[in-house]
Design a protein around this ligand. Structure first.
Ligand code: ASP
Length: 414
């Protein structure tokens, strides 16, 4: 084995978040020591952002069509499906509202110096003036055109409808279509993971450029932003979800937390709901005593569409970026951020840093260029681990609540 491939093997055996952290530290040092001379390294970051951009539309489209088509047809969906979807919508919305209140109170981005002052983007679409205006932004005139132009909100709208009608086909054709979209989604998840593998390099370039041009001031603002997300996630994890569990499932949420803890730790360390899914199902069934029927319906679906932590993060991150740019959002635009955060969390795949990619959905909806995602990449790995635990904890509570509503007892687990 050559020295190069040995080095490559050794590097790739280090966990992604440590590699990104190394990129952050090395980028910071390079920028601080090299000054303006190394600002050109920012180009590496720009190339990485472009690659991230590349995956957004196909990732979202395949994820949503595969997810919605997999729900089954309207009639078969039945009460179990309705209860589950109801739970997902309520908890994700509560999470977003928690984030919205916090980011508007703490205002982590107001006055922050991230080296982009005076760069207010052109093309802010302006406030939503009416319901018709909102619908016009939502419904594509031409879905392919919307995809080509990267207007994500209409793409999501079209894909939800497309998936719903795939589910209406006769069983044979439905299976063919579903299999096709499942496979395409799988391809896109692999492709995204491949792109994300270059994140350490991208972070290195972006941080080197930032510290070369504006020094370390951005770290303080990023710290306050990260703290805002963490406070929101903590409230949702320890207060909102346990309260809901206690009120609706009428059982002890903290005993359930203990039963689900292996899955939650796994979610934290892998930053992937999909990778954690087998363990989540095992804990719910064998430790908490949720039936096989509910476990196998609620949890796989939840791992792809129910992401409370991601939803909260999307809202805080997008508004943080907007605050950094010095833009004040109107009430209508804040509503658009809430609605698109929900859609973005539904469309996000259960893999590391998918939520970061999805911020593009919200930014494009309010007319802010996607390149500003670069502002928050460096801090994303830590937030990703935290939000993934919240995602899995919400799925788990969903399983418990739906199980109780179906008359199951939960105390049979250890
Ligand atoms: N990593 C998250 C998950 O797998 C998704 C995200 O990036 O927000 O649940």
């Amino acid at each position: 084995m050559s020295a190069l491939s040995r080095t490559w093997k050794a590097v790739s055996s280090i966990k992604l978040h440590w590699r990104i952290m190394a990129g952050l530290v090395l980028g910071g040092l390079t920028g601080a020591l090299g000054g303006e001379r190394v600002a050109f390294l920012g180009d590496i970051g720009d190339v990485f952002l472009r690659a991230l951009n590349m995956v957004i539309v196909p990732l979202i489209a395949t994820s949503i069509v595969a997810g919605v088509a997999g729900l089954g047809s309207g009639r078969k969906l039945g009460t179990l499906g309705l209860k589950t979807m109801g739970y997902y919508l309520v908890t994700s919305t509560l999470a977003i509202l928690t984030g919205l209140v916090l980011v508007n109170t703490i205002k982590p981005g107001v006055g922050a110096d991230l080296g982009i002052s005076g760069e207010v983007p052109e093309g802010i679409e302006g406030p939503i003036s009416s319901v018709t205006d909102f619908l016009m932004r939502l419904i594509p005139q031409n879905p392919i055109g919307a995809m080509a132009e990267g207007r994500i909100l209409p793409v999501i709208f079209f894909c939800i409808l497309f998936g719903a009608f795939v589910a209406q086909l006769d069983p044979d054709r439905r299976r063919t279509m579903s299999q096709w979209f499942d496979s395409a989604f799988d391809v896109m998840m692999r492709l995204t993971r491949f792109v994300i593998a270059f994140a350490p390099l991208g972070v290195f370039g972006l941080i080197a450029k930032t510290t070369a041009t504006v020094g370390f001031a951005p770290l303080k603002s990023l710290g306050i932003y990260a703290l805002t997300v963490m406070i929101g996630l903590t409230v949702h994890f320890f207060l909102t979800l346990p309260l809901l569990h206690w009120l609706v499932a009428r059982s002890n949420p903290f005993r359930f937390l203990k039963q689900m803890s292996p899955a939650l730790i796994m979610a934290f360390s892998t930053a992937s709901s999909s990778a954690t899914l087998p363990l989540t199902m095992d804990c719910a069934k064998n430790r908490a005593g949720v039936s096989k029927g509910v476990t196998s319906f609620v949890l796989p679906l939840g791992a792809t569409v129910n992401m409370d932590g991601t939803a909260l993060y999307e809202c805080v991150a997008a508004i943080f970026i907007v605050q950094v740019l010095g833009i004040t959002l109107t009430a209508g635009e804040q509503f658009l951020v809430v609605a698109t955060s929900l859609l973005a969390s539904i469309g996000a795949a259960g893999i590391p840093m998918a939520g970061l990619v999805m911020i593009g959905v919200i930014l494009t909806a309010i007319g802010v260029p996607i390149k500003y995602i670069g502002l928050i990449i460096a801090i994303d790995p830590l937030l990703d681990m935290c939000r993934t635990s919240v995602n899995v904890w919400s799925d788990s509570n969903g399983a418990a609540i739906v199980a109780r509503s179906e008359g199951e007892r939960l105390d049979s687990g250890s």
